[in-house]
Design a protein around this ligand. Sequence first.
Ligand code: FES
Ligand code: MG
Length: 573
Amino acid sequence: MSHKKKLRSQEWFGGNDKMGFVHRSWLRNQGYPDDYFRGRPVIGICNTWSELTPCNGHLRDIAEVVKKGVLEAGGVPFEFPVMSLGETIMRPTTMLFRNLASMDVEESIRANPLDGIILLTGCDKTTPSLIMGACSVDLPTLVVPGGPMLNGKFRGGEIGSGSFNWQIKAKKDTEEFTDEDFLEAEICAARSAGHCNTMGTASTMATMAETLGLTLPGASSIPAVDARKKAMAQLSGRRIVEMVKNDLKLSDILVREAFENAIVVNAAVGGSTNFIIHLQAIAGRMGVPLELEDFDRIGRHVPLLVNLMPSGKYLMEDYFYAGGLGVVMNELGDLLHGQLMTANGRHLADNYVNARCYNREVIVSRDQPLNPAAGIAVLKGNLCENGAVIKPSAATPKLMQHRGKAVVFESMEDYHARIDEPDLDIDADSVIVLKGVGPKGYPGMPEVGNVDLPRKLTLQGVKDMVRISDGRMSGTAYGTVVLHVSPESTIGGTLALVQDGDEIELDVERRMLQLHVSDEELAARRANWQAPDPMATRGYVRIYLDHVEQADRGADLDVLVGKSGAKVDRDLH
Ligand code: FES
Ligand code: MG
């Protein structure tokens, strides 16, 4: 790490020639003094603020606080917008656009006179898309997570964002829940700025960013509206300037062992299954080898230490007050590589020596885990030759070894049309199979794997059934749900060949997902199988369909894997 390296921004601003004039002069219409361009580190603040991404709606304010810190440390901040992915609104699914947003981030960083980057993240995909894009450039980069909403409060109880949604249909079916009740629950569930307050995908991604060493210590769980969020943002602004001076780049931090740490911590906090796809995509950008099997092998014996929805009971605000990620890190101790460099210039383990647990209901100790083995399980079998995943901590124990007859839905539309038909041949032992929801199928691999159970069965008190698909599920969801089946049905994976009544065996302990249909019969079905028409013939979706990889590879575009660095050889004139 050199202190004397010439600043990248000086390639734009340093010349007293025509191009130096051009680069400086127009920027100065915003009122900057000349010394802004004379060798101070230039920090890009990459903002996913958008009124259409409610979880990131407060990031304009946070950006202003980051700027204070940058200026205090002698840097120069420039805030710029990038594509923002709002989970609850965008159709057909934000996952279709994660890679597009990452391209926006990558090119925006590389094309501009930036020395260091602050990534303002929040809602689910805003974190991986920004980190992926930044990785492909590899400048000094620091993540400022937007933080969760305050606990939802509804009629004297707690209401977790996302997780409550999955109960709505059953509540409407089985309880006296009126339209007015739902209207009231709506505002009670989302009563402050911030992202989902469960250990859903947003909190999972913030946890991942901190574990990888990409945030200041403790940053990941501070509620969006807590004053400490702003203090953290200001300190992050100061710190990124130092990171530029020390040339502490993403590639100095994102080594293989950091990814292994992220897998261990994700198991301990009961993080989202989406974590797998995003972490693999990030590793792919960094050129760090990371296989689907690594998630199972490394996470398998990690205990569940955090009692948060959807695996448990509490919410992110409680977790923050209980001590947050530092407590979890200390409990995990020797299961982590503690001697890794992090963004604040210190080793991971040193960052948390002062962490204390203030609520053992929320964060338990390692010798009394909530679940002795919480890692996400990777399944193999003839139904998923390249793998499938299940989150045991969110599943029903007695269903984790199960044999049942398939009830097949060829698409999401087919499911909606038939699931509540009174004469549908289905019972609690059936296995619901949903096709056409993989990366190419929907397209974009939506979070639909945890489909609602048929009304006639929930009325009988059935709470969970085995469900299998090539889709994802929300990090806020739960159930015995097999996800990410690869290869997906739309490209002719074996999932495409399943028919009503076929016997399927799930054995999580043995990591097995098997379709009990003979090879000859499957070959015959395969010979008759016809690929569906592509979902788009033009535009970004066409590019996406032509290039997206399967779920077991992280679903990045093949042309985006890897990095090109920060260098641009040609000036604009
Ligand atoms: Fe944005 Fe859950 S909807 S984090
Ligand atoms: Mg989500």
